[in-house]
Design a protein. Structure first.
Length: 238
């Protein structure tokens, strides 16, 4: 087992690992465990009561966080003609078709998100083995395969994140930067959990959210009571 540094150990001792906090308390605790000089991210992990091996229980979606994630998102759009101009006008960093596909085949991957118009997905599919493992493949369910490229680009630039349950039944997602402060992070979390609840598979039985934990990039995990989700969403709507 890897040894933890003294600073991490000291921060871990500040958190009651036997307790499940409410969201406000948990965020306060997590923000209080930062000890680095850089602006750490705060991430959430949710263990769901689903079986990802079943296609009808694969939870996947996207949400626009009210305050974004605190980083500049470089957006690439696969489009031609009028849609190419629309993407550029919307603020896309890179726009093209076969030229970009060939560039990516050559090893270029200097972008964070990709959008494609449906008519180009056949060509984009040829680089699926490159984009897929890196989470860069456009996906209709996430809204990144669309003719409404203006909206897709603007949402990504504004802080839209995509998420999906992994093989262990856990969803991981960034909720912003430590510098955001408690209120903005809570509002981002409320938007995320509201979307996650709406995506509950009809075939999922028992408790949907079985465990929630948040942590900063270098900090220890802070457990949250799943029963507090409704209170979090209510907080954001009042």
């Amino acid at each position: 087992m890897a040894k933890r540094g003294k600073k991490y150990t000291a921060m871990r001792e500040k958190v009651d690992r036997t307790r499940k906090y409410n969201f406000s308390e948990a965020v306060t605790e997590a923000l209080g465990t930062t000890y680095t000089k850089f602006d750490e991210s705060l991430d959430v992990a949710v263990r769901l009561g689903v079986n990802p091996r079943h296609a009808d229980q694969m939870v996947r979606g996207a949400v626009v966080l009210p305050h974004g994630v605190g980083k500049t998102v470089r957006v690439l759009v696969f489009a031609k003609g009028e849609k190419e101009k629309e993407a550029l006008d919307a603020g896309a960093d890179y726009v093209g078709a076969e030229d970009l596909i060939e560039k990516i085949k050559g090893g270029w991957l200097d972008f964070d998100k990709a959008v494609a118009t449906p008519d180009l997905m056949g060509a984009v599919g040829k680089i699926g083995k490159i984009l897929g493992p890196r989470g860069l493949m456009p996906n209709a369910k996430a809204g990144s395969v669309t003719f409404d490229v203006n909206r897709a680009v603007q949402e990504l630039k504004a802080g839209k994140i995509e998420f999906r349950v992994d093989k262990a039944g856990v969803v991981h997602a960034p909720m912003g930067k430590v510098s955001f402060g408690e209120e903005k992070i809570l509002q981002n979390m409320a938007a995320f959990f509201d979307t996650l609840i709406r995506l509950k598979p009809t075939t999922s039985k028992g408790a949907y959210m079985q465990g929630i934990s948040i942590s900063t990039t270098m900090g220890p995990g802070v457990r949250i009571d799943p029963l507090e989700v409704k209170n979090l969403i209510r907080f954001a709507t009042t």
